[in-house]
Design a protein around this ligand. Structure first.
Ligand code: CP3
Length: 329
């Protein structure tokens, strides 16, 4: 590839009118259970933006629902869990995921690989801390009080919970790769709420287990979280090939926090895209410039595309990354 590759976290979804049209009469998790819809929604941003990778349209709670956890995604709210985890008996309900639990995922990956003409398809899963946070809090949270209380107060139950979530995640990622996904990203979005010591002690061993289980597939493994300035080195140690960086840490600074041999992904502030193009352009070029100090760089936003984003700005940004990363290489 002659230019810096670019795709956007949450590139499929609410910022696209064609996505909203498909979703008017369907619930989010119903859309995520239909191979034809998954395929179409995954392809929509690839057509619009000419990005260099597709990200599989799904959600981090899909494998949880598939093993029988009562969870829904409420519009404008996010995941809501019927019976949040409160006891060892609740944790014991988390059984491993089998490919037969999510036949629509394998089917959609297979059809996408056929449609993408060699363009990579990124499979993904939620990381163990982020999944645990939804299961224990029952939904989104600001301070993760219940999750961290369990982590600090009952380390044995926490270990059981994290082990089970790691197994589910491994199963979900492995079946996507088996069906043809060419890279995987582990979204442990909320780990930035932890100190480095707590992350190392209570989360990293499980992320490491996940990346190790994917090692022999040979596909590139990406790892992302928000507010992870203090954790970037440890996230690399967990075994990812590419460490995603949010917009708070400049990429040339992130280089010094991550061990050598890793590529970086990121990290334009998604809110910048609401500003006039004269503001967006130099900021994007600065990200490209700083990305050149890394051993490899995948251009992305520092977190997901926001619903208010004008799709034309993302198309223009993709074009800018492609043309300018060649010109100044
Ligand atoms: O990146 C992509 O385009 C692929 C699709 C994708 C979705 N969710 C679809 C989705 C991905 C990669 C995710 C991951 C995900 N889901 C994460 C990790 C990534 C991140 O943003 O940090 C998390 C934390 C979730 C849980 C979740 N699901 C949240 C917080 C929300 C948003 C709630 C809201 O409406 O503000 C969802 C819903 C969701 N997942 C939507 C989409 C397109 C919106 C559903 C809709 O159309 O209403």
């Amino acid at each position: 590839m002659p230019y810096t590759p670019v795709w956007y976290m949450r590139q499929a979804g609410r910022s696209l009118p064609e996505y909203r049209a498909l979703r008017t009469d369907r619930k989010m998790l119903d859309a995520c259970s239909n191979a034809d819809l998954i395929t179409e929604i995954t392809l929509q941003p690839v057509r619009r933006y000419d990005v260099d990778a597709a990200i599989f349209f799904s959600d981090i709670v899909v494998p949880l629902r598939a093993i029988g956890i009562g969870v829904d995604i409420k519009p404008g709210v996010g995941p809501v869990v019927d019976h949040p985890i409160r006891s060892a008996a609740d944790v014991a309900k988390l059984r491993p995921l089998e490919p037969d639990d999510v036949p629509f995922v394998s089917a959609a990956v297979t059809s996408l690989v056929g449609e993408l003409n060699g363009k990579p398809l990124i499979g993904f899963a939620g990381g163990p801390f982020t999944l645990a946070s939804y299961l224990v809090e029952g939904g989104s949270s600001k301070n993760f009080e219940l999750t961290k209380t369990l982590m600090y107060g009952d380390p044995a139950l926490w270990a059981d919970l994290m082990s089970r979530l790691a197994e589910i995640t491994i199963g979900f990622l492995q079946l996507q790769v088996a069906a043809g996904a060419s890279a995987i990203q582990l979204f442990d979005s909320w780990i930035g709420s932890l100190s480095l010591d707590d992350y190392r002690a209570s989360v990293l061993p499980y992320s490491r287990r996940i990346f190790a289980a994917l090692a022999d597939t040979g596909v590139p493994r990406l790892h992302f979280g928000v507010n992870t300035g203090e954790l970037l080195g440890a996230m690399g140690e967990a075994g990812a090939d590419v460490v995603g960086v949010d917009w708070r840490v400049p990429l040339d600074e992130a280089v010094s926090r991550v061990e050598p041999g890793k590529a970086l992904q990121g990290n334009l502030d998604p809110v910048i895209l609401m500003a006039p193009w004269e503001v967006v352009r130099p900021r994007a070029l600065q990200v490209l410039d700083r990305g050149r100090t890394a051993e490899g760089h995948i251009f992305n936003l520092g977190h997901g595309v926001l619903p208010e984003t004008d799709p034309d700005v993302l198309a223009r940004l993709t074009d800018l990354v492609h043309t300018e990363s060649v010109r100044s290489a």
